[in-house]
Design a protein around this ligand. Sequence first.
Ligand code: GLN
Length: 245
Amino acid sequence: MRLVICHLYPDLMNIYGDRGNVIALAKRCAWRGIDVAIKNLGLGDRISPGAYDIFFMGGGQDREQIMVSHDLCETKGESIKREIEEGACALVICGGYQLFGKFYRPAEGKEIPGIGVFDGYTIAGKKRFIGNVVIESCLEGRRTTIVGFENHSGRTYLGKKERPLGKTILGYGNNGEDKTEGAIYLGAVGTYLHGSLLPKNPALADFLIRKALKRKYPGQQIAELDDEIEYLAHEHAIKRAKRTH
Ligand code: GLN
């Protein structure tokens, strides 16, 4: 078995260890004997149909988001949307998450268009939402907590197409008002949680791997891993979040 990860704009969109998510996906595949190729795609690169199983994009500030928005809308947006409809999966964090929605309206300057994988949109607020986050989520019927770190001024309001990734227990989440955090539409997951997120949230990592395999190798199960260390990190992050709120 072989999966191909498309890392979108690794040089422009990568803060607070976002890149570690790609490493975690690749490692969890390798431990199960699944081959992984990681392809970095930057400005101007196009997406060949069916070439990628998992798309990943990290966070970035407004300046990077403007550059990436132009390129996404011109060269990649329609292809990514089609791939998601056809069963590819995606993990997009913070600034990347905002660009997978309809638009991001910064405090100053023009609205930054997104590609609309999600129906939601984002508007900058005055106060920055910074801190440790714990959410409660349900991934393919499995209940799990997800932990991470948020730092954003954008408030995201979800649309009809997607559901929240989870309910915010500690932290601000999408907008600090409705207790939602992140978004899921088919295999596409958006979230404000940096981290790296996946090393300490193995349930989310495996959700993405399962989704990616489902399209390419229907019926294929994945082996459970010994996640003792991962869950120690997970529990530690929950304790720290409780302490800091
Ligand atoms: N510009 C966005 C915000 O502050 C994204 C920030 C980020 O990716 N950390 O809302």
